[in-house]
Design a protein. Structure first.
Length: 155
C-alpha cells in the first residue's frame, strides 16, 4: 500500500487495544467493518451511528457468543451446511494454529447475552484450531449495561 498501513496491520488486536485506550473503539469498529475483507460498512454504520458504549477487546469463551451462522451442532442461530464455509475458514484455522491472532470479533450485548455481529468465519477458524475463546469487542446500548457487564469465564 502506498503511504498507508496494510489492513491486517490497521485492524489487529493491538490497534483495537490502542483505540480503546484513546476511547475511539467505535471508530475502530466502523473503519474495520468498512475495510476490504470485511466489506461490511452498512453494519459498521448501523452499530456506530447510534449511541453505543464499547468494551474490549476482551477474551470471551466461544460458547458464550451467539453466532448468526455456523455448522450444525455449534451454538448458532442459523445452522448452515459445512459446505457453506469458504476455504478461508480452513486457512484461518491453520493461521491460528501457527500463532496468528485474528482481529477481534464484534459482538452486541442484548438481554444479557452476546450476539456476534461480525466474525463468524474467524470464530469458526478459532474453534477448529482447538481454542476455547477469542478476543471480542462488545457494543452496549447503555452505559449501565456496560458498567454491569462481567466478562464471561469459560464453562
Amino acid at each position: 500500500m502506498q503511504g498507508a498501513m496494510a489492513d491486517h496491520d490497521r485492524f489487529s488486536l493491538d490497534t483495537a487495544r490502542a483505540a480503546a485506550e484513546r476511547d475511539e473503539l467505535g471508530d475502530w469498529v466502523a473503519e474495520f467493518l468498512a475495510s476490504p475483507g470485511s466489506d461490511n460498512g452498512l453494519l459498521g454504520a448501523e452499530l456506530t451511528d447510534r449511541p453505543r458504549w464499547w468494551l474490549g477487546p476482551v477474551l470471551v469463551p466461544l460458547d458464550r457468543l451467539n453466532r448468526l451462522a455456523g455448522p450444525p451442532g455449534d451454538p448458532v442461530m442459523c445452522p448452515v451446511d459445512e459446505d457453506y464455509w469458504r476455504d478461508d475458514v480452513d486457512d484461518l484455522e491453520e493461521k491460528v494454529r501457527d500463532g496468528w491472532e485474528p482481529p477481534p470479533v464484534i459482538a452486541s450485548y442484548r438481554d444479557g447475552e452476546l450476539f456476534l455481529e461480525d466474525g463468524n468465519h474467524r470464530v469458526e477458524g478459532v474453534r477448529r484450531s482447538g481454542a476455547q475463546e477469542t478476543w471480542t469487542v462488545i457494543g452496549f446500548d447503555s452505559p449501565e449495561d456496560r458498567e454491569r457487564f462481567e466478562v464471561p469465564t469459560p464453562t
